[in-house]
Design a binder for this molecule. Structure first.
Ligand code: IPM
Ligand code: MN
Length: 351
């Protein structure tokens, strides 16, 4: 297959982990006789540093025409004081909006060999394998009105969702559940928020089209607790933008490290794949970042953007083999860690 992958390394540890994922994709191309072309473009702080906006037009144009986008991370403390539109994060919100990437899939599972890497007892963690389906282009992140009052004495953000927005993300969650254990937990705050009451009603309607999938509803505070107490009880978690942001970091900690979590952001056009972890400027450039989030995102790219299921599974098996051989970065194996580059080489060699 011919495919063009746009790499957006971005900030902090982004370039290191994207290089690791690229190495693995090149190994996949060689082994399975594909012709992958890699392009790269600026985003976030790396664009701001060159005097460009955080999401340059060229980057967006390249994203629209690529087969898929693989992003590292955006976020740079140097630009934290800028107004919202000049922050690196604005690029991420912009590309999600422009490509209409409303469905964010964040799988979190225990990898073999990492049963004891996280804070939970191995017997509590055993069997954990969940998928957070986060709505990504609505809610508080995008709602209007928003802003800080000119006198600086108040500020506002708006949580709003329409029926069609809820319906389309719910369908993604139910479709995903059909390929898994057929359970959807819809997470909201319906005891307080009207938006959540609409969310609950629409998700309940959509469930009628999926009689083979079991739906339950959970309040977000209770869900945060249950994730820590009984993570293996979840299959698909369906939730709005901000709740999904928070719960997916928690899911990362539970399975051993946020550095392990991949994501796919899907919409109508080009899909985008990125590790969940962010730019982690404190550890950038030290060859200690965990590349698995990015490499597993590359596996999701193969599966969701290119329909290369065998290739995707091959990447996931190579990750599993490396980890079960006791090789991992210091966030998962602090006693005896290997570096980012060595991890990437080991996983690429396993393809
Ligand atoms: C994520 C990140 C982003 C988000 C930030 C960097 C804007 O935390 O992808 O989870 O909040 O969506
Ligand atoms: Mn986040």
């Amino acid at each position: 297959m011919n495919a063009t992958v746009l790499l957006l390394p971005g900030d902090g540890i982004g370039p290191e982990v994207v290089a690791a994922a690229e190495q693995v994709l090149r190994a996949v191309a060689a082994r399975f006789n594909h012709n992958f072309t890699f392009q790269s473009a600026l985003i976030g702080g790396s664009a701001l540093r060159k005097g460009l906006p955080p999401l340059p037009d060229d980057t967006l144009d390249a994203a629209r025409t690529a087969s898929a986008v693989l992003l590292g991370a955006v976020g740079d403390p140097e630009f934290d004081k800028g107004d919202s539109s000049r922050r690196p994060e604005a690029a991420l919100l912009g590309i999600r909006r422009e490509l209409q990437l409303y469905a964010n899939l964040r799988p979190a599972r225990v990898w073999p060999g990492l049963e004891a890497a996280g804070p939970l007892k191995p017997e509590v963690l055993a069997g954990t394998d969940m998928l957070v389906v986060r709505e990504l282009t609505g809610g508080l992140y995008y709602g209007e009105p928003r802003g800080i009052a000119p006198d600086g004495r108040s500020a506002v953000n708006t949580m709003s969702y329409t029926r069609p927005e809820i319906e389309r993300i719910a369908r993604r969650a139910f479709d995903a559940a059909r390929t898994r254990r057929k359970r959807v937990t819809s997470v909201d705050k319906a005891n307080v928020l009207e938006v959540s009451r609409l969310w609950r009603a629409v998700v309940t309607d959509v469930a009628n089209d999926y009689p083979d999938v079991t739906l339950d509803h959970m309040l977000v505070d209770a869900c945060a607790m249950k994730l820590a107490l009984a993570p293996a009880s979840f299959d698909v978690i369906l939730t709005e933008n901000l709740f999904g942001d928070i719960l997916s970091d928690e899911a990362g900690a539970i399975v051993g490290s946020l550095g392990l979590l991949p994501s796919a952001s899907l919409g109508a056009g080009t899909s985008l794949f990125e590790p969940v972890h962010g730019s982690a400027p404190d550890i950038a450039g030290k060859d200690i970042a965990n590349p698995i989030g990015a490499i597993a995102s590359a596996a999701m790219l193969l599966r969701h953007a290119l329909s290369l299921n065998d290739e995707a599974s091959t990447v996931e098996r190579a990750i599993a083999r490396t980890l079960s051989a006791g090789r991992g970065t210091r966030d998962v194996f602090p006693a005896n860690p290997v570096g980012t580059r060595e991890m990437a080489a080991s996983i690429a060699a396993g393809i």
